[in-house]
Design a protein around this ligand. Structure first.
Ligand SMILES: Nc1ncnc2c1ncn2[C@@H]1O[C@H](COP(=O)(O)OP(=O)(O)OP(=O)(O)O)[C@@H](O)[C@H]1O
Ligand SMILES: [Mg+2]
Length: 439
């Protein structure tokens, strides 16, 4: 049962840290306020109001009883006393009771007044009005064919102003909630910043100096995250710098070898060897090019539709078919993304005839499908083709230029954007490459 309740609560409650913390502060405050108001209203205000009304109606009864008596001197003396001591205005009128009902429906004051007057004077011998005058209540009571009109201050039966009470109980709560909002905003901001930085870093962006702020635990997390990001960054840089250094250094002995081969007398051997050396050279060149493009590129809002149109016009190939049904802007490293799409498209154009590119958008992802009608890749080779310098034997035999870096570069770029790249069989009989990138 509690499990179900828990699930319902999870669905209703906001997911953000700020709003959750706010509820933790606000809910008890409001709850307390409601309880205080109800208790005050029920046990203090209404009970006091009842008591006051009872004693007031008792006084009125005394007054009305005096008028039924015969002793005129006593009547005028007592009337004076009432006026003087209880702040009453008393008029004796020769008229009928008004027939209009002016009782307010949901007023506890009117209700207890009616009840008391009814029980003392009977249901048809009184009339009252609490709204005609702001601070004064008017009551008319029938006595001996005459009407006694009594006007008295409202505060005689209303213990205190309800509005004032509500104002004083609401004001501190509002103040408390405002202070809580300011404090909670300040406390949750560093966590949000840290989450944003982690997301950025996860997408392969460089996070420059995240400033630790907020509570000590959050500060420590931010500080440690910053240190970790720097370490990973340094490590990556070191790796690619080392590899490009090696590649660069290898070019000199290769050139030397080529020169020596040119001078070799056994021509058939030298031709074969220089072919191998050429291949090695193009591998090194490709790697160096890749290493160069890895140099920190900043993420920008990139219009994906524009990017593909650019690729299409550069290719200018009638076998390249583009379908862009949605408009997508994605924050990413534009040149890297272009290189990634280009590599896959280039493969399609090399190993197949037609290439079909289609983009689509799901909740928070961009999906790019690149299909071709070529021979495809055997299922057991899906993993291998992403390895650097790996080429299928058929491709090698085709004598197509290429070193086997295209797919691994593409994968690297996609992964560094927090995305995913998947191979499958295409509906056009060839290969389908699906690239998904978070928006
Ligand atoms: N669309 C495709 N159809 C068939 N085979 C493919 C396709 N795309 C890639 N391959 C196979 O996967 C291998 C690796 O591709 P990858 O793009 O990494 O290297 P490459 O195209 O040989 O060289 P380059 O570095 O110039 O791109 C290719 O050699 C090829 O055998
Ligand atoms: Mg390729």
């Amino acid at each position: 049962m509690f499990f179900g309740l828990n699930n319902i609560l999870k669905k209703i409650l906001p997911t953000g840290l700020f709003y959750r913390s706010l509820i933790i502060v606000v809910a008890p405050t409001i709850f307390l306020q409601i309880i205080t108001t109800v208790v005050f209203f029920d046990s203090i205000w209404i009970k006091a109001n009842k008591g006051l009304t009872k004693s007031l109606v008792g006084e009125l009864k005394t007054l009305s009883d005096i008028y039924t008596g015969k002793d005129l001197s006593q009547i005028s003396y007592l009337t004076e006393q009432f006026k003087f001591n209880f702040n009453y205005v008393i008029n004796i009128k020769d008229e009928k009771l008004p027939t209009t009902v002016s009782e307010r429906k949901y007023s506890p004051m009117d209700r207890s007044l009616r009840r008391e007057l009814k029980s003392v004077f009977g249901s048809s011998n009184y009339w009252f009005d609490t709204i005609k005058y702001e601070e004064v209540v008017e009551i008319k009571v029938k006595s001996n064919d005459k009407i006694i009109q009594i006007l008295f201050p409202r505060e005689r039966i209303a213990p205190s102003s309800v509005r004032l009470f509500i104002f004083w109980i609401t004001l501190p709560s509002l103040l408390l909630i405002s202070i809580a909002i300011i404090f909670l905003k300040n406390q949750t901001k560093p966590i949000i910043n840290l989450a944003k930085a982690a997301e950025k870093f996860g997408k392969g962006d460089f996070v420059s100096g995240i400033r630790p702020s907020g509570a000590s635990e959050v500060r420590k997390a931010a500080y440690e995250f910053g240190k970790m990001a720097k370490r990973i960054d340094r490590h990556l840089k070191q790796r690619s710098e080392m590899l490009s250094g090696i590649s660069h250094d290898l070019r000199t002995p290769l050139t030397r070898l080529k020169l020596q081969l040119a001078m070799l007398n056994q021509k058939d051997l030298s031709v074969k060897m220089s072919k191998d050396i050429d291949e090695m050279e193009s591998m090194l060149n490709s790697y160096l090019q890749f290493a160069k493009s890895q140099v920190q590129e900043v993420s920008v809002a990139t219009n994906i539709n524009k990017l593909f149109n650019e690729i299409a016009s550069e290719k200018n190939n009638k076998n390249f078919h583009l379908e862009l049904p949605v408009q997508i802007v994605l924050v990413g490293r534009k040149n890297a993304l272009k290189r990634c799409f280009n590599n896959i498209i280039e493969n399609g154009l090399n190993y197949a005839k037609n290439v079909y590119v289609r983009i689509s958008k799901s909740t928070n992802k961009l999906n790019v499908y690149i299909n071709d009608d070529g021979p495809g890749i055997p299922l057991n080779q899906y993993k291998n083709v992403f390895k650097p310098f790996y080429r299928l034997d058929e491709s090698r035999n085709l004598n197509l230029a290429g070193v086997g870096l295209g797919m691994s570069i593409a994968e690297d770029i996609v992964k560094s954007h927090g995305g995913n790249i998947e191979l499958s069989e295409s509906n056009y009989d060839g290969l389908q490459v699906k690239i998904s990138l978070p928006l």
